[in-house]
Design a protein around this ligand. Structure first.
Ligand code: PRP
Length: 183
Protein backbone atom coordinates (compact mmCIF):
# COMPACT_ATOMS: atom_id res chain seq x y z
CA UNK A 1 0.00 0.00 0.00
CA UNK A 2 1.55 3.33 -0.96
CA UNK A 3 -0.41 5.33 1.58
CA UNK A 4 2.48 7.73 2.20
CA UNK A 5 2.21 8.86 -1.45
CA UNK A 6 -1.15 10.49 -0.81
CA UNK A 7 -2.86 12.99 1.45
CA UNK A 8 -6.15 11.45 2.50
CA UNK A 9 -9.11 13.36 1.08
CA UNK A 10 -11.93 10.96 1.98
CA UNK A 11 -11.34 8.29 4.59
CA UNK A 12 -12.29 4.66 4.11
CA UNK A 13 -15.04 5.09 6.70
CA UNK A 14 -16.46 8.19 5.02
CA UNK A 15 -16.42 6.48 1.61
CA UNK A 16 -18.30 3.55 3.10
CA UNK A 17 -20.97 5.63 4.81
CA UNK A 18 -21.55 7.83 1.75
CA UNK A 19 -22.02 4.71 -0.38
CA UNK A 20 -24.59 3.38 2.07
CA UNK A 21 -26.53 6.65 1.69
CA UNK A 22 -26.32 6.51 -2.10
CA UNK A 23 -27.55 2.91 -2.09
CA UNK A 24 -30.51 3.91 0.05
CA UNK A 25 -31.43 6.84 -2.22
CA UNK A 26 -31.19 4.65 -5.30
CA UNK A 27 -33.23 1.87 -3.70
CA UNK A 28 -35.95 4.36 -2.71
CA UNK A 29 -36.07 5.91 -6.17
CA UNK A 30 -36.55 2.67 -8.08
CA UNK A 31 -38.92 1.25 -5.48
CA UNK A 32 -41.20 4.25 -5.92
CA UNK A 33 -40.83 4.11 -9.69
CA UNK A 34 -42.24 0.58 -9.49
CA UNK A 35 -40.28 -0.72 -12.49
CA UNK A 36 -41.32 -4.03 -14.01
CA UNK A 37 -37.97 -5.14 -15.43
CA UNK A 38 -34.81 -5.69 -13.37
CA UNK A 39 -32.53 -2.72 -12.99
CA UNK A 40 -29.31 -3.18 -14.95
CA UNK A 41 -26.36 -1.75 -13.07
CA UNK A 42 -23.53 -0.99 -15.50
CA UNK A 43 -20.03 -0.42 -14.13
CA UNK A 44 -17.54 1.49 -16.26
CA UNK A 45 -14.21 -0.26 -15.86
CA UNK A 46 -11.67 -0.12 -14.67
CA UNK A 47 -12.10 2.77 -12.27
CA UNK A 48 -15.52 1.81 -10.92
CA UNK A 49 -14.78 -1.78 -9.90
CA UNK A 50 -14.52 -1.12 -6.17
CA UNK A 51 -17.37 1.39 -5.98
CA UNK A 52 -19.59 -0.93 -8.01
CA UNK A 53 -18.93 -3.89 -5.71
CA UNK A 54 -19.72 -1.88 -2.59
CA UNK A 55 -22.64 0.05 -4.05
CA UNK A 56 -24.64 -2.93 -5.30
CA UNK A 57 -24.51 -4.42 -1.80
CA UNK A 58 -26.37 -1.31 -0.65
CA UNK A 59 -29.05 -1.48 -3.37
CA UNK A 60 -31.88 -3.63 -2.06
CA UNK A 61 -33.60 -4.47 -5.32
CA UNK A 62 -33.27 -7.25 -7.89
CA UNK A 63 -30.46 -6.11 -10.19
CA UNK A 64 -28.54 -7.38 -13.18
CA UNK A 65 -24.85 -6.56 -13.30
CA UNK A 66 -22.94 -5.70 -16.45
CA UNK A 67 -19.71 -3.93 -17.31
CA UNK A 68 -18.25 -1.81 -20.04
CA UNK A 69 -14.59 -0.90 -20.30
CA UNK A 70 -13.96 2.65 -21.41
CA UNK A 71 -10.81 4.68 -21.51
CA UNK A 72 -10.18 8.33 -22.13
CA UNK A 73 -6.80 9.03 -20.60
CA UNK A 74 -4.30 6.30 -21.46
CA UNK A 75 -1.46 6.91 -19.08
CA UNK A 76 -1.36 10.65 -19.52
CA UNK A 77 -2.60 13.17 -17.01
CA UNK A 78 -4.93 14.92 -19.42
CA UNK A 79 -7.78 13.55 -21.45
CA UNK A 80 -6.85 12.84 -25.05
CA UNK A 81 -10.46 13.66 -25.95
CA UNK A 82 -11.18 10.19 -27.29
CA UNK A 83 -13.52 7.76 -25.59
CA UNK A 84 -12.75 4.19 -26.49
CA UNK A 85 -14.91 1.20 -25.61
CA UNK A 86 -12.63 -1.80 -25.38
CA UNK A 87 -15.24 -4.08 -23.79
CA UNK A 88 -18.91 -3.66 -24.51
CA UNK A 89 -21.86 -4.83 -22.41
CA UNK A 90 -22.59 -8.55 -22.49
CA UNK A 91 -26.35 -8.12 -22.21
CA UNK A 92 -29.07 -6.39 -24.21
CA UNK A 93 -30.43 -3.32 -22.40
CA UNK A 94 -33.31 -2.56 -24.76
CA UNK A 95 -36.41 -1.75 -22.70
CA UNK A 96 -34.51 -2.01 -19.40
CA UNK A 97 -33.76 0.60 -16.76
CA UNK A 98 -30.04 1.24 -16.57
CA UNK A 99 -27.93 2.75 -13.81
CA UNK A 100 -24.40 3.67 -14.93
CA UNK A 101 -21.78 3.53 -12.19
CA UNK A 102 -18.76 5.83 -12.54
CA UNK A 103 -15.87 6.44 -10.18
CA UNK A 104 -15.35 10.05 -11.28
CA UNK A 105 -16.72 12.57 -13.75
CA UNK A 106 -14.01 14.84 -15.01
CA UNK A 107 -14.51 16.44 -18.45
CA UNK A 108 -17.77 14.49 -18.81
CA UNK A 109 -16.75 13.05 -22.18
CA UNK A 110 -16.86 9.40 -21.10
CA UNK A 111 -20.26 9.76 -19.54
CA UNK A 112 -21.76 11.72 -22.42
CA UNK A 113 -20.57 9.10 -24.87
CA UNK A 114 -21.90 6.16 -22.83
CA UNK A 115 -25.24 7.77 -21.94
CA UNK A 116 -25.89 8.59 -25.60
CA UNK A 117 -24.94 5.07 -26.63
CA UNK A 118 -27.23 3.39 -24.10
CA UNK A 119 -30.13 5.69 -24.98
CA UNK A 120 -29.56 4.90 -28.64
CA UNK A 121 -29.87 1.21 -27.70
CA UNK A 122 -33.32 2.06 -26.33
CA UNK A 123 -32.84 1.60 -22.61
CA UNK A 124 -36.12 2.40 -20.81
CA UNK A 125 -34.21 4.92 -18.71
CA UNK A 126 -30.59 5.83 -18.07
CA UNK A 127 -29.44 7.23 -14.73
CA UNK A 128 -25.93 7.84 -13.48
CA UNK A 129 -24.27 7.51 -10.11
CA UNK A 130 -20.72 8.71 -9.60
CA UNK A 131 -18.68 8.43 -6.45
CA UNK A 132 -16.70 11.58 -7.23
CA UNK A 133 -17.45 14.65 -9.28
CA UNK A 134 -14.85 17.20 -10.36
CA UNK A 135 -17.05 19.98 -11.78
CA UNK A 136 -14.18 22.42 -12.37
CA UNK A 137 -12.91 20.20 -15.18
CA UNK A 138 -16.22 19.81 -17.01
CA UNK A 139 -16.22 20.26 -20.80
CA UNK A 140 -19.54 18.60 -21.57
CA UNK A 141 -22.91 19.66 -20.16
CA UNK A 142 -23.64 16.48 -18.26
CA UNK A 143 -24.30 15.72 -14.60
CA UNK A 144 -24.86 12.57 -12.60
CA UNK A 145 -28.21 11.88 -10.95
CA UNK A 146 -26.43 10.77 -7.78
CA UNK A 147 -23.08 12.22 -6.66
CA UNK A 148 -21.10 10.84 -3.75
CA UNK A 149 -18.68 13.71 -3.15
CA UNK A 150 -17.58 16.76 -5.12
CA UNK A 151 -13.80 16.99 -5.22
CA UNK A 152 -11.43 19.86 -6.04
CA UNK A 153 -9.32 19.90 -9.20
CA UNK A 154 -6.53 17.81 -7.71
CA UNK A 155 -4.97 14.51 -8.68
CA UNK A 156 -7.16 12.02 -6.85
CA UNK A 157 -6.33 8.33 -6.60
CA UNK A 158 -7.46 5.29 -4.67
CA UNK A 159 -10.66 3.31 -4.29
CA UNK A 160 -10.46 2.38 -7.99
CA UNK A 161 -8.83 5.52 -9.33
CA UNK A 162 -5.32 5.22 -10.69
CA UNK A 163 -2.17 6.99 -11.68
CA UNK A 164 -0.44 4.91 -14.37
CA UNK A 165 -2.57 1.97 -13.20
CA UNK A 166 -1.32 2.10 -9.60
CA UNK A 167 -3.08 3.15 -6.39
CA UNK A 168 -6.43 1.63 -7.41
CA UNK A 169 -6.32 -0.69 -4.39
CA UNK A 170 -6.10 2.05 -1.76
CA UNK A 171 -9.24 1.75 0.38
CA UNK A 172 -9.62 5.55 0.69
CA UNK A 173 -9.54 8.51 -1.71
CA UNK A 174 -6.31 10.48 -1.60
CA UNK A 175 -4.60 13.36 -3.37
CA UNK A 176 -1.39 12.15 -4.96
CA UNK A 177 1.58 14.19 -3.77
CA UNK A 178 3.19 16.05 -6.71
CA UNK A 179 6.61 14.42 -6.19
CA UNK A 180 5.07 11.09 -7.19
CA UNK A 181 3.74 12.23 -10.56
CA UNK A 182 6.06 15.07 -11.54
CA UNK A 183 9.33 14.17 -13.24
C1 PRP B 1 -11.51 7.74 -15.93
C2 PRP B 1 -12.68 7.57 -14.98
C3 PRP B 1 -13.87 7.93 -15.81
C4 PRP B 1 -13.30 8.92 -16.81
C5 PRP B 1 -13.69 10.30 -16.41
O1 PRP B 1 -11.39 6.58 -16.63
O2 PRP B 1 -12.75 6.25 -14.51
O3 PRP B 1 -14.40 6.82 -16.50
O4 PRP B 1 -11.89 8.82 -16.78
O5 PRP B 1 -13.09 11.25 -17.26
P1 PRP B 1 -13.92 12.17 -18.23
O6 PRP B 1 -15.09 12.72 -17.47
O7 PRP B 1 -12.92 13.25 -18.58
O8 PRP B 1 -14.32 11.39 -19.43
P2 PRP B 1 -10.11 6.21 -17.51
O9 PRP B 1 -10.41 6.51 -18.94
O10 PRP B 1 -8.90 6.86 -16.93
O11 PRP B 1 -10.02 4.65 -17.37
P3 PRP B 1 -10.05 3.76 -16.05
O12 PRP B 1 -11.50 3.70 -15.61
O13 PRP B 1 -9.53 2.45 -16.49
O14 PRP B 1 -9.19 4.41 -14.99
Amino acid sequence: MKKHHVDILISEQDVRSRIAELGQEITNFYQHKNIHTPLVVVGLLRGSFMFMADLVREIHLPVEIDFMTTSSYGNAMNSNHDVRISKDLDGDIKGKHVLIVEDIIDTGRTLKHVVELLKHRQAASVKVVTLLDKPERREEAIEADYVGVQVPNKFVVGYGLDFKQFYRNLPCIGVLKPEFYED
